[in-house]
Design a protein around this ligand. Structure first.
Ligand code: AMP
Length: 417
């Protein structure tokens, strides 16, 4: 397989799919540049060899429509600064042939948000799945997605995919475009190689005990990975908003806490499965509840299964934090996805902080720790602990699907698996 290390980019135009879907504040300023920094080694390698770059990415969910709020023009200056080269901008990603052809070695062109075109995701817009005409619309969209990918491919001599965050999607720029390059002219970027190796490390080299920590708002988005991990882990911590679905399923009072009422049976099933497989399932026993969803609400610590009316569980309580830490500190393999509370509010960061601290301690004691998903990464960064864990993944959904053992379309398109 061609690799970025063996390929000589001299005089070549490389089109690189990156994940520059960075969070922006109200003024359009980047609040976390992890993803841009992540792609720099690949981009710099192409330039150092004497090649030129066409950078492409999505940002947010503009759903196939031009929307200035999601314009990548907002990050051109930041990318120029980090790359040390003035980045040119193509305001229409499907009409950039001329700008791409004009690129000289060492020059860089960034395309406007790919998702301003519905063809990027390849899903028909404005038609319901139940509509009898849906299948036809889907077929037509797949054909125009191919054309869109062909246009992108026409800009360059070779293709690099360095966008792990979207590798679990078969989009025009993440997979379809690869069909227009032969095996010698498409490759994974350094970040993708590293991400794939980190997943491999978790799956093929499990040192025990293995503790997985799954948090976030909902259990429904993480069922697949939780079920799959039940076969692999020794300890499974389930935290964050999903705590209250489990508490209610067991007959608890959860006040105003978030809860997926259609997932109560599932919660009980997961508990039974953990028991059957001998997995130590760790659920919150107490929580910090608030009387409003805000940073400056009144708070009280109460049992997770006995929250007063008008109050909602927003973070793990002190007893729970100690239980979490105990299940993490002795571990030798650790996977963390999703915060233990509404960490965006400073009042409710302690659960996530306790997890981060325990992971840092275990890592110092020799554990391999992998943190993935935008929110857990934001937590680690907020606590200034990024250098105290083994690996921070740029992928959320992609990471979880890879750990589930699914082949990622973005990787398969290049490796031919
Ligand atoms: P997810 O996107 O499912 O990984 O969830 C991340 C979000 O879950 C974060 O924005 C947290 O604020 C939120 N979250 C964590 N714990 C709670 C909770 N107890 N109640 C409401 N939201 C929560």
């Amino acid at each position: 397989m061609t690799t970025i290390d063996t390929f000589d980019f001299k005089g070549q135009r490389a089109i690189v799919r990156v994940d520059f879907n960075v969070p922006l504040n109200e003024e359009g300023k980047i609040t976390d540049d992890t993803r841009i920094r992540g792609a720099l080694p690949t981009l710099k390698k192409v330039l150092a060899d004497g090649g030129s770059l066409i950078i492409m990415s999505h940002m947010g969910k503009p759903k196939g429509k031009v929307n200035p709020k999601f314009s990548l023009s907002q990050i051109v200056d930041a990318v120029s600064e980090k790359l040390g080269v003035e980045v040119k901008f193509a305001p229409d990603c499907a009409k950039a042939a001329e700008a791409a052809a004009a690129l000289q070695p060492g020059e860089v062109l960034m395309l406007e948000n790919l998702r301003f075109y519905a063809e990027e995701e390849g899903k028909p817009v404005g038609i319901d799945k139940e509509d009898p005409a849906y299948d036809e619309a889907k077929k037509a969209m797949k054909a125009s997605q191919k054309e869109f990918a062909k246009t992108l491919a026409s800009y360059a001599d070779c293709y690099i995919n360095d966008a792990f965050g979207t590798a679990h999607r078969r989009h025009a720029s993440t997979a379809v475009v690869a069909d227009f390059f032969d095996a010698d002219h498409k490759m994974l970027g350094y970040l993708m190689e590293k991400e794939v190796a980190a997943v491999d490390n978790i799956l093929s080299n499990i040192k025990r005990p293995f503790t997985a920590i799954m948090g976030g708002s909902k259990v429904s988005t993480k069922i697949g990975i939780i079920e799959n991990l039940m076969d692999k882990v020794d300890n499974m911590i389930l935290c964050g908003g999903m705590t209250y679905t489990f508490a209610k399923a067991q007959g608890g009072n959860i006040g105003n806490s978030i809860c997926e009422n259609d997932k109560l049976d599932l919660a009980l099933d997961l508990m039974a499965k953990a028991k059957e497989k001998g997995v130590n399932l760790v659920l919150g026993v107490d929580c910090v509840a608030g009387d409003a969803f805000s940073n400056d609400c009144n708070t009280q610590v109460c049992p997770s299964n006995n929250i007063p009316e008008g109050w909602e569980g927003m973070d793990a309580g002190p007893e729970t934090r100690a239980k979490f830490a105990a299940a993490i500190e002795g571990a030798k393999t650790i996977l963390w996805n999703g915060p233990a509370g509404v960490f965006e509010f400073d009042t409710f960061t302690e659960g996530s902080r306790a997890i981060a601290e325990a992971i840092a301690k275990a890592t110092a004691d020799g554990a391999f720790s992998l943190i993935g998903g935008g929110d857990s990464v934001a937590c680690i960064n907020k606590f200034g602990m990024a250098d105290k864990v083994s690996y921070i993944s740029t992928g959320g959904g992609a990471l979880l699907e890879a750990i589930e053992g699914k082949v990622l379309p973005g990787v398969a398109a290049i490796k031919g698996e």
